[in-house]
Design a binder for this molecule. Structure first.
Ligand SMILES: [Ca+2]
Ligand SMILES: [Ca+2]
Ligand SMILES: [Ca+2]
Length: 626
């Protein structure tokens, strides 16, 4: 760590410059960065409102272990090839910190585990929070390595220094750049994650995520990446140009450690080296005019992101993530908004899950203009992440997520649709099965209106429009069972029934007590068994009992024990979980005393209660042996 102290004269110069930029009404951010005030190789020159606090120019011949900690452990969760981080892979010479990324056989002496690749990196021992941070880095051109300049809420595997409540709190990660294993030499990704679910059940959600596609080679020269982290906005810079502003007002703000590191995420194509010229850290002078002017400017940038919020007509703003039925789409944060995301280059087994579906309640019928806000990349397979939107089932060839504009998310014109008063159905169809993302839909009676930015707040009521599932009710006549055993078919007061043994004469052949049949169950699920049998209210009620078994499982209820006013009545046999396929039903003569069974019902409408003689038989009785 060798760095001259911040120079007051230079600082005053920035204050003046930044003020004049704002006062002149200049909106281009590049004007904040006057060539006069750019970094030179030796002297730090902060962006307005910040002052240098710490850095490392890597001008010695070893890592300053007072300031840095090595990433000297295994990383295995990010790919098929576990990487051993080694202190020995990090060196300092010629003004650079170098991480050697090696294909080599290495056995960890502590665990005796063998590795095929080694790499590593360093993390600051000091924690930082709000500020401006910049590193100059030259990446490896060898594919298979994953290099990164990033922040994390821990700096080693010892949690004793973490913030109180870290075990369960949402924690954050800022990736200033990640150069993935198979990226070309001009592309990187960056973004911010929230880690939720606590220490033991950690999950990640994205605050935002973006990719940078430029003309600058990242592997043949040093380039600078910077980020400006404030309680309100997060700015990303590449080679002194602002590339993204993100609203972080709703994000929990944590201290972090700064990491410069590399691992393999597959077997690399060869050895590589990541080089870092410097890391420089600046803290905000929040009371300064320069900082306040800058803040005002970026708060306006955040405000401008919202775009037009209303037209001259009736606007129905519909968030995709509010759809009642999202099918196979998942809800995710992305680029300052919440969106739903389709399948990631996979084909679902069930076509139905390609639809997200909702009903919206419309107060005024009429012709509305449809607008859809979806995601596309200008420079990375533009137009390939497409989806369709159908209003009231109308078929549309219009694809969304195909705008190819500078912004990740943009509005596309869907033409005119007619909305009825009352419930109207909107469907989002995952047509590409390739990373489709939909943020929001607008239906407006102002046909000249063009939405921009995020658009207005949601103002519609969603209702389910999924067709009600038709229940399966299987009506089975006892007299049609394929094997009757000792039961006989009879007509009893107008009912075709089967009757068991009489006078408590138990047959020697136990099988004669069973009537059996086999029917097909098409819809797996939970079914309720109902049985219509005979009992006498005033003449030995409950004595003429019989049992029913479904695939060998007896109902807990005995039948013919209802003691109802009517001779025949339905009795509830409880619930059975039944797989699809053939099921065997048995009626067992448990009393051998005039048991009488008319009909059986299996229904997955668990609330249904049959009455009278029930419905007509609707099953086929199949031979017990196929
Ligand atoms: Ca250096
Ligand atoms: Ca949305
Ligand atoms: Ca019957």
């Amino acid at each position: 760590m060798t760095f001259p102290n911040f120079h007051l004269g230079r600082w005053l110069l920035y204050l003046g410059l930044s003020l004049s930029v704002v006062l002149s009404g200049c909106k281009k951010l590049i004007d904040f960065f006057d060539p006069e005030t750019q970094f030179d190789p030796v002297h730090p020159s902060p962006i307005p409102g910040y002052q240098f606090v710490w850095g490392d120019e890597f001008s010695g011949d070893s890592i300053d272990e007072q300031s840095w900690q090595f990433r000297d452990w295994e990383t295995a969760w990010l790919g098929p090839v576990p990487t051993m981080g080694r202190k020995e892979n990090v060196s300092v010479n010629d003004g650079k910190m170098r991480i050697a990324m090696n294909i080599e056989s290495y056995v960890d002496p502590e665990t005796n585990k063998s590795y095929e690749v080694t790499a590593g990196g360093i993390q600051t021992k000091q924690a930082f929070k709000f500020g401006y941070y910049e590193a100059s880095v030259k990446l490896s051109a060898t594919k298979g390595w994953h290099e990164a300049f990033w922040t994390f809420w821990y700096n080693d595997i010892d949690p004793t220094t973490y913030f109180p409540g870290w075990e369960t709190a949402v924690r954050t990660e800022i990736d200033v750049f990640e150069h993935l294993a198979d990226y070309d030499t001009k592309t990187f990704t960056y973004g911010m994650y929230e880690h939720t679910g606590g220490w033991s059940n950690a999950a990640m959600t994205s605050v935002h995520r973006d990719m940078y596609f430029g003309e600058t080679d990242l592997t043949s020269q040093f380039n600078t990446w910077g980020f400006e982290y404030t309680p309100e906005y997060l700015n990303y810079f590449f080679n002194d140009s602002l590339i993204k502003t993100v609203d972080v007002r709703d994000v929990p703000h944590r201290e972090f450690y700064i990491w410069l590191s590399a691992i393999a995420t597959r077997m690399p194509d060869g050895d590589g080296e990541m080089q870092v010229d410097y890391l420089r850290c600046f803290e905000p002078d929040t009371m300064s005019t320069a900082y306040q002017d800058r803040r005002a400017y970026f708060l306006q940038v955040l405000e401008d992101m919202k775009g037009e919020e209303q037209s001259e007509g009736i606007d129905l703003w519909i968030q995709a993530e509010d759809f009642v039925d999202k099918g196979g789409w998942t809800v995710a944060n992305d680029d300052n908004i919440v969106a739903i995301k389709g399948h990631p280059n996979t084909t679902p087994v069930n076509e139905g899950v390609r639809y997200a579906r909702t009903g919206i309640i419309v107060e005024e019928a009429g012709t509305y203009k449809l607008w859809v806000r979806g995601k596309d990349f200008k420079n990375n397979l533009p137009g390939s992440r497409f989806f369709n939107v159908f209003v009231n089932g109308g078929y549309s060839l219009q694809k969304y997520g195909t705008h190819g504009s500078d912004d990740l998310y943009d509005w596309q014109d869907g033409g005119l649709v007619y909305l009825e008063e009352g419930v109207n159905t909107i469907e989002i169809y995952d047509a590409s099965l390739y990373y489709a993302s939909c943020d929001k839909i607008l239906l407006t009676t102002d046909h000249d209106f063009q939405p921009t930015g995020f658009g207005g707040e949601t103002n519609v009521e969603h209702v389910s429009v999924n067709p009600p599932v038709e229940p399966t009710s299987l009506w089975v006549e006892a007299e049609d069972f394929v094997e009757l055993g000792g039961w006989i078919v009879a007509n009893d007061t107008g009912n075709e029934v089967i009757k068991g043994h009489v006078d408590r004469v138990i047959p020697e052949d136990e099988t004669l007590r069973y009537a059996k049949t086999k029917i097909a169950i098409e819809e797996a699920g939970t079914y309720r068994l109902w049985v219509r049998g005979k009992d006498f209210k005033n003449n030995w009620p409950g004595t003429r009992h019989f049992e029913v078994l479904i695939d060998g499982v007896p109902a807990t209820q005995r039948f013919g024990t209802h003691a109802a006013d009517e001779l025949f009545a339905w009795e509830n046999g409880g619930e059975f979980v039944i797989e699809s396929g053939d099921v065997i039903i048995e009626i067992y003569d448990s009393s051998c005393y005039y048991a009488t069974c008319d009909k059986i019902l299996l229904t997955n409408d668990l609330a249904y209660v049959p009455e009278g003689i029930g419905e007509t038989q609707n099953v086929v009785h199949k031979p017990l042996l196929p």
